[in-house]
Design a protein around this ligand. Structure first.
Ligand code: ZN
Length: 211
């Protein structure tokens, strides 16, 4: 792990823990939060994607396709997930679904208004549907998935959404009512490499079995 990132994340955790134990008023918390942001700055898309990559490593260690995801609200991670359909005997146990469930549980609300989802691989149809139902404000993904990705690779489900305005008239029909901003390609090379290495390793293991 990048040392600077590790330091930033540790500081983040320490400051939030101190805020939790020391907070006396909303103003006190706000001052601590501001001091933290002045000292470290807000976490960037790349830093949140690195947190998702760490979760993808956990999936890989469990023999699952390495995909990880985090849900972020107000600059803080409130949901984490990694791919686990095999170990959980659950076809819906994709990284995004796990992270959405944890975040919804944390907020006590099935609507994740104002939240961002970071995931190492372009979401599939099922996860894109859940992202829309959860009202995620912004989706950030790493590598493209040309087989099942629906953010522009196989389909562009998020291109079906939005409200036309005089400044930005839509070229596609509005058929879905929630708009999620989408940004792809964050740490795409690292996210893609983890997946291609995983599948290369699996192919090599299969070859060994046939010998
Ligand atoms: Zn999925």
């Amino acid at each position: 792990m990048n040392l600077e990132l590790k330091y930033t994340r540790q500081s983040y955790t320490v400051v939030y823990k101190r805020m939790f134990f020391c907070k006396k008023s909303a103003g006190h918390v706000a001052i601590l939060k501001l001091a933290f942001l002045c000292f470290n700055g807000p976490m960037s898309d790349e830093q949140f994607m690195r947190a998702a990559l760490e979760l993808a490593e956990q999936a890989q260690a469990a023999g699952e396709v390495p995909v990880g995801a985090v849900v972020v609200k107000d600059g803080k991670i409130i949901g984490r997930g990694f791919n686990a359909p095999i170990s959980r005997h659950d076809p819906s146990a994709h990284a995004e679904m796990q992270a959405l469930r944890e975040a919804a549980h944390f907020l006590g609300n099935y609507r994740l208004v104002g939240c961002e989802l970071y995931v190492t691989l372009e979401p599939c149809l099922m996860c894109a549907g859940a992202i829309m139902h959860a009202r995620i404000a912004r989706l950030v993904y790493g590598a493209q998935d040309f087989k099942t990705g629906v953010c522009g690779s196989l389909l562009n489900l998020f291109g079906e959404m939005g409200s036309p305005t005089p400044d930005a008239p839509l070229t596609t029909p509005v058929r879905l009512n929630h708009h999620t901003d989408v940004a792809g390609g964050v740490l795409a090379q690292e996210c893609g490499l983890m997946l291609s290495n995983f599948f290369a390793m699996r192919r090599a293991q299969k070859k060994m079995l046939w010998k």
